[in-house]
Design a binder for this molecule. Structure first.
Ligand code: C2E
Ligand code: CA
Ligand code: CA
Length: 744
């Protein structure tokens, strides 16, 4: 008997364990446990019920022999100190044997329902997990009061243990299923992310070894990046970038904070800029770094583009005023710390406006570009060369010396280098120009390091150079600051001088080679209250810049008219007698030139055939048809034209024939050299021959000695002007000279 029971027990145990091992549904396993124990217990009224504990509530999970009407009522019962056999056993974690339900205080609330189903005794054993948690209860009901035998309790314990295994395994399995499900979802999401996010990610070790790569297959970098696994950061990045990235990786691991950094990579011959973001992760049970790579090439390029627009001059690609201002500020900060001396040079091209107006802006632009290129060659990389407006360049050289004396001598050396770049002519198209620059110098030391003033003071020094006639340099010296040394003060000074009648024309005679007076040239003078006579080169370029030139031209024309009236009143003028006036660039280009000239002449009743207009070659190289028409209109009135400084400028030889020119004035520099038969004379001869061929008369200017005069006479020059004949003189003196000369 005993053997038979044991065999049955073993058989059912094997059956149940097999089901557990095969992962059969929990309910099925527990139901076969119930049926097995019911069969093995002597009392055939025994009914088994297994309840599962979820959050203090018991739920029926297997009770194949117990009617649903009972199970449904106790389903969801709350465990407690007197909640029937099961509720109490689950609550206290110990077996509860109720031998007679009808008089058990634990069954107070459930007696009727038990009675309805003829349950009279109920033994309940908690099912306890290997981790000592109560998983549920295992109960046997009888329909008569019954006390438990040890043998029976052993049997129950045996099946409780099996139930515990089954429930625990099932819990683990569902836990695993949930994990796998969650993992699947996460994986799907991750794959979706990787697909849509263009940023590849890599897992990298502290030493910079690539462990894994995540990148969408369509990714730009996918080809090279898939090959990364197994390589080292040193194989991929430049030495500097690799070092920087390794620092970031270590920082990420140490601080557990995200690090962001930029680096460049050349992929398939294109340079890319990337942003790396690193975060610490556990991978293969070790701390490594996840590095997300973002291609920021386009963003960087447009940032650089914007930066370029904001900080650089588009014409010359040089830093502009804004960047210069920042560099000055940096320089000042540095000087305050290390007590060295820096220098700022303000450079302005002389007469640039004239070139720009006469040749057109594109030629002007070319000149600026070439100037910038030449200037760059004399400066090291560390210095700043900026263009801060029209023809204004600035050079900032840091740490030129550590004492003033040395600084001054170094600056002068620098200036000499700069001046050298202007020696060679600038070629623009077919034309060649000689230009020069005016330089203002400001030395920046600890005591003179106010970044707001530096540029202004260097500009002021530059104006001093202009005032001295340009093509040179001046140091800013606060002690020498006089009224005339800043631009605005100069401007108001000229305005004031006009109002005070400080300007007037002087006159220099012109004669033929027989000594007959043929006319005079009017030359403006400034009778400055304190400086005395100021020569025109000191103020004409400034007056042009300030837009005051027209007023000065009018003063000269009025003086010419007054003189002509005076001369013709005293005696009759020689035939063909003319007074020449020097035209200003923008005056000549003005569409109202004719009416303005005529209106002044009319005031004095002067005929235009008494006026010669001196223009320069540069004025002719502008818009040819317009200029030709303008000249014809003026000639129709009776004016004549002379080309001043002929041969020095922006030679108009190729188009000279197109202009209605009456006279060429050979520049003084050729006359100075005329006695040199190798280099001087041939030029003068060429000009004279050219003029004769074009039926234009020739005037020589700056004739100082008789030898020059004789050569010119020999070469059949039409007119002579120069100190040999007379210096320019005020109108009253000229009248005397004229009368003496014409009466003799
Ligand atoms: P420019 O038209 O070439 O004038 C000739 C200059 O040479 C004058 O200088 C004159 O005084 C000087 N000169 C004449 N003969 C001799 C000589 O034998 N030896 C030497 N060493 N010099 C001689 P200035 O008066 O100083 O004028 C300089 C320039 O200023 C002029 O050069 C002209 O370009 C400009 N300028 C003078 N007056 C006016 C004016 O009313 N309007 C304009 N727009 N420019 C003027
Ligand atoms: Ca002249
Ligand atoms: Ca001249």
């Amino acid at each position: 008997m005993e053997l038979k029971k044991n065999t049955e027990l073993l058989a059912s145990q094997q059956k149940i364990l097999t089901k557990i091992a095969l992962g059969d549904p929990l309910q099925e396993i527990l139901e076969s446990i119930c049926i097995s124990i019911e069969e093995l217990i002597d009392d055939k009224t025994a009914k088994c019920s297994i309840l599962k504990l979820v959050d203090n509530l018991l739920y029926s999970i297997a009770s194949p022999s117990i009617p649903n009407t009972y199970s449904e009522v106790i389903d969801g019962v709350t465990i407690g100190p007197s909640a029937g056999s099961c509720g109490t056993a689950a609550f206290i974690g110990e077996r509860v044997l109720v031998e007679d339900i009808s008089n058990s205080p634990l069954w107070e609330g459930f007696k009727n329902i038990a009675k309805d189903h003829q349950f009279q005794s109920c033994w309940s054993t908690p099912i306890i997990s290997t981790k000592s948690e109560v998983l549920g209860t295992f109960a046997i009901y009888y329909d008569s009061p019954k006390s438990a035998s040890q043998e029976c309790l052993n049997l129950i314990d045996y099946f409780v243990h099996l139930s515990s295994i089954a429930i625990e395994k099932s819990n683990d399995a569902s836990h695993m299923r949930k994990l796998i499900k969650d993992l699947k979802v996460t994986n799907q999401n991750l794959n979706a992310f990787i697909k849509v996010i263009p940023d590849p990610a890599i897992i990298i070790t502290k030493e910079g070894l690539y462990l894994n790569v995540y990148a969408a297959s369509e990714n730009l970098l996918s080809d090279p990046i898939q090959d990364l696994v197994g390589k080292s950061i040193h194989d991929i990045l430049s030495k500097d970038d690799a070092k920087m990235a390794l620092d970031k990786i270590n920082k990420t691991l140490q601080t557990n904070e995200i690090q962001v950094f930029e680096y460049t990579l050349t992929i398939r011959a294109n340079e890319y800029i990337f942003e790396g973001r690193t975060i610490k992760i556990d991978y293969d049970n070790q701390s490594h770094v996840l590095w997300v790579i973002r291609d920021i090439t386009n963003r960087k390029n447009s940032e650089n583009e914007v930066k370029k627009l904001v900080y650089y001059d588009p014409l010359t690609n040089l830093p502009n005023r804004r960047l210069l201002t920042e560099r000055i500020r940096d320089c000042v900060e540095k000087i305050k710390q290390d007590n060295t001396i820096s220098v700022l040079l303000f450079l302005d091209i002389d007469n640039f406006k004239r070139i720009n107006d006469s040749l057109g802006h594109s030629a002007g632009d070319q000149l600026l570009i070439q100037s910038a290129e030449r200037l760059a060659t004399v400066l090291g990389d560390v210095n700043t060369l900026a263009r801060i407006g029209g023809d204004e360049f600035v050079i900032l050289e840091d740490e030129i010396a550590d004492n003033i004396q040395q600084a001054k001598s170094n600056v002068i050396k620098l200036v000499q280098k700069i001046q050298k770049i202007f020696i060679e002519k600038f070629e623009i198209g077919k034309l060649a120009f000689q230009i020069s620059a005016s330089i203002g110098i400001y030395l920046i030391d600890k005591n003179h390091a106010n970044s707001d003033n530096i540029l202004k003071f260097a500009d002021t020094a530059m104006y001093r150079t202009k005032f001295k006639g340009g093509n040179g340099y001046s140091f800013f010296d606060p002690k020498q600051q006089t009224l005339l040394e800043t631009k605005t003060e100069l401007e108001s000074e000229i305005v004031r001088a006009i109002e005070n009648d400080e300007f007037c024309a002087h006159f220099q005679p012109q004669v033929d080679t027989e000594g007959n007076v043929s006319g005079a040239e009017a030359l403006i003078r400034w009778n400055h209250a304190t400086k005395g006579l100021v020569p025109p080169y000191q103020f004409i370029p400034l007056a042009e810049q300030f837009g005051l030139i027209q007023k000065l031209q009018n003063i000269v024309l009025h003086d010419i008219c007054l003189l002509l009236n005076q001369l013709s009143k005293d005696s009759s003028l020689p035939p063909g007698y003319r007074i020449a006036i020097n035209m200003a660039q923008n005056q000549f280009n003005s569409p109202t030139l004719k009416t303005e000239l005529i209106s002044i002449l009319n005031q004095y009743d002067i005929h235009p055939n008494q006026i010669k207009l001196e223009i320069t070659e540069s004025m002719l190289s502008n818009d040819l048809p317009y200029t030709v028409q303008q000249m014809h209109e003026l000639k129709d009135q009776g004016f004549t034209f002379s080309i001043d400084d002929f041969g020095t400028g922006y030679s108009c030889l190729s188009t000279l024939h197109a202009y209605p020119v009456d006279e060429l004035k050979i520049d003084k520099s050729f006359i100075d050299n005329i006695e040199n038969v190798q280099t001087g004379l041939p030029i003068v001869e060429t000009i004279i021959n050219l003029a004769k061929n074009l039926n234009i008369s020739v005037m020589a200017e700056g004739v100082e000695i008789i030898e020059q005069f004789n050569i010119l006479k020999d070469k059949k020059t039409d007119g002579i002007q120069g100190y040999l004949i007379a210096k320019p003189m005020p109108a009253e003196h000229y009248i005397n000279w004229h009368q003496a000369a014409t009466n003799s």
